[in-house]
Design a protein around this ligand. Structure first.
Ligand SMILES: *Cc1c(COP(=O)(O)O)cnc(C)c1O
Length: 452
C-alpha cells in the first residue's frame, strides 16, 4: 500500500483529484470485484479489459477506482484523453452544448460546431492545399469512409494495408488489420480487394527506409498493379502493431510512389494524431502530406468523434448523400473537440508531449542498458514503447511483457501492451500528467522488471 504525490506541470484536467498513486486495497478491491462479477454476467467475454477495476473518476494523470485506489494512467484510454480526463474547458463546453441541443442530425439540420471542427482540421492537418472534412463516430468508421472516398474518386477498387497495421474492428477494417488474434480470428469472411505489403520495422528487418519502400512497392506493382489500386493506407507510426517507427525515407518513398501513380495515400492518424507524438500530426515528423488523413481517439477528449480530412477534389468526388451517418459529428462531441483542439493549440501540449517523451525515453533506455530483455525503446513524443525479447535469441517475449503489465497494474500503474508478437509495453500518458507521477510510474515499472 503506497502513496506518492505529484503536482502536474500543466494543471489540466480533473484538478480536484489528488495527483497521487494511492493503493488502499488489493487490485481489484471488493467493490471492483462485485462490479467485475456483474460485468462477467451481463457483458460478453469478447469485450475484454486490461485493468481489473471499475473507474469512478479520472483527471490529470490518475484514474480513481470504485474502491478509492488512485492509479497512475499511462494509457489515456488508448491515446484518447490526451488533453486530460474531464478537462475543465471540455466539461464546460459539453455542459453548455448538452443544455442547448443534443442532436439534430447534421444531414437534416446542420449546425456551426461541425463546420468549425472541419475548418480546424482543414487548417491543422499537413499541407496547405484546399481540404475538406467529414465527421464520423469512430476510428474504424473514419477508415471505412476514407476507403469509400478513395474508391469513388479513383474509380479503382484495390486497397493496400501493411504488415502490423491496425485499422479497426468493423468488417472492412478487420480486413485492413494485420493481426488475426484477437482482432479477426473466426470473424471472417473479410472484405475483398484488400492486400498487404511489408512494412519498415528497423529493429527486426534491419532495412533502410528506401530499401524497405522498394520492397513494398515492388510487391504492390507485381501483385496488384497501380492501375487497380485506389489507396494505400498506413499508420505513420504503427499503434497496436507495436509502436513501430519506420526507417527514415520509407514513408516519403511510399507517398511519392502513390502520387506518381494516382493512388490515394491515406495516413491513419487515429492513434498518432493531436499532439501525441510531439507534433500536431505524426506525418509532420516524416515530411509527408497525405491525400487523406483519418483521425479519432485524441480529437474530442473521450467523446466519440472521428474525421476524414483531405484533398477537396477527392472529398468532393462522392455524390450528395453518399457520406454521413445519423450521429456523425454529434454536436456534443463537436463542442468537446473544439475545446480539446483549443487546448492542443494554445496550452503548450505539443511541447509537453516532447518533454514527456524525453523523460520516458531516458528512463527506459537506462533500464535497457542494465537489462538486455528490453530489446528496443522507441517512439516519438508521448507515444513511447519498450519491446521485450529473449536476450539470447532476440525472440519476442510476450510472457514477460504481460507479467510486467500485470505487476504494474497491481501496484497502481495502468500500462498497456501491444505488438504483433504481444511483446511491447506502450506508454501513452495523458499530456496533463505531472513529472513526479510519471517518474513514480517508471519506478514501479523498473521494480516490476526487477521482480519478474
Ligand atoms: C484505434 C484505431 C482505429 C480504430 O478506432 P476505433 O475508434 O476503435 O474504431 C483505427 N486506426 C488506428 C490507427 C487506431 O489506433
Amino acid at each position: 500500500m503506497s502513496t506518492t504525490t505529484s503536482t502536474p506541470t500543466i494543471p489540466l484536467g480533473g484538478p480536484t483529484l489528488p495527483q497521487e498513486r494511492r493503493v488502499v486495497t488489493a487490485i481489484p478491491g471488493p467493490r471492483s470485484e462485485e462490479l467485475l462479477a456483474r460485468k462477467a454476467a451481463a457483458v460478453p467475454a469478447g469485450v475484454g479489459h486490461t485493468a481489473p477495476i471499475h473507474a469512478v473518476a479520472a483527471g490529470g494523470g490518475v484514474v480513481v477506482d470504485a474502491d478509492g485506489n488512485s492509479l497512475i494512467d499511462l494509457g489515456s484510454g488508448i491515446a484518447v484523453t490526451s488533453v486530460g480526463n474531464a478537462h475543465p474547458a471540455v466539461v464546460a463546453a459539453v455542459q453548455a452544448q448538452v443544455a442547448q441541443f443534443t442532436h439534430t442530425c447534421f444531414m437534416i439540420s446542420p449546425y456551426e460546431s461541425y463546420v468549425a471542427v472541419a475548418e480546424a482540421l482543414n487548417r491543422l492537418t499537413p499541407g496547405d492545399h484546399e481540404k475538406k472534412t467529414a465527421l464520423f463516430n469512430s476510428g474504424a468508421e473514419a477508415v471505412e469512409n476514407a476507403v469509400k472516398i478513395a474508391r469513388k474518386a479513383t474509380g479503382r477498387q484495390a486497397v493496400v494495408a501493411f504488415d502490423h497495421g491496425y485499422h479497426g474492428r468493423t468488417n472492412l477494417t478487420m480486413a485492413l488489420t494485420a493481426k488475426s488474434m484477437p482482432y479477426k480470428s473466426g470473424f471472417g469472411p473479410f472484405a475483398p480487394e484488400v492486400y498487404r505489403a511489408p512494412l519498415s520495422y528497423p529493429f527486426r528487418d534491419g532495412l533502410s527506409g528506401p530499401d524497405a519502400a522498394a520492397r513494398a512497392i515492388s510487391q504492390i506493382e507485381k501483385q496488384i498493379g497501380a492501375d487497380n489500386l485506389a489507396a494505400v493506407i498506413i499508420e505513420p507510426i504503427q499503434g497496436e502493431g507495436g509502436f513501430i517507427v519506420p526507417a527514415d525515407g520509407f514513408l516519403p518513398a511510399v507517398a511519392d510512389w502513390c502520387r506518381e501513380n494516382g493512388v490515394v495515400f491515406i495516413a491513419d492518424e487515429v492513434q498518432t494524431g493531436f499532439a501525441r507524438t510531439g507534433a500536431m500530426f505524426a506525418s509532420e515528423h516524416f515530411g509527408i502530406v497525405p491525400d487523406l488523413i483519418t483521425t479519432a481517439k485524441g480529437i474530442a477528449a473521450g467523446l466519440p468523434l472521428a474525421a476524414v480530412t483531405g484533398r477537396a477534389d477527392l472529398m468532393d468526388a462522392s455524390h450528395p448523400g453518399g457520406l454521413g451517418g445519423t450521429y456523425g459529428g454529434n454536436p456534443v462531441a463537436c463542442a468537446a473537440a473544439l475545446a480539446a483542439i483549443d487546448a492542443f493549440e494554445n496550452d503548450g501540449l505539443i511541447e509537453r508531449a516532447q518533454q514527456i517523451g524525453a523523460r520516458l525515453t531516458a528512463r527506459l533506455n537506462a533500464m535497457r542498458e542494465s537489462d538486455p530483455r528490453i530489446g528496443e525503446v522507441r517512439g516519438l513524443g508521448a507515444m513511447i514503447a519498450a519491446e521485450f525479447v529473449d536476450p539470447a535469441t532476440g525472440a519476442p517475449d510476450a510472457a514477460l511483457t504481460s507479467a510486467i503489465a500485470k505487476a504494474c497494474i497491481a501496484e497502481g500503474v495502468i500500462v498497456l501492451t501491444c505488438g504483433t508478437y504481444g511483446n511491447v509495453i506502450r506508454f501513452l500518458p495523458p499530456l496533463s500528467i505531472g513529472d513526479e507521477l510519471l517518474d513514480d510510474g517508471l519506478d514501479v515499472i523498473a521494480a516490476a522488471l526487477g521482480r519478474v
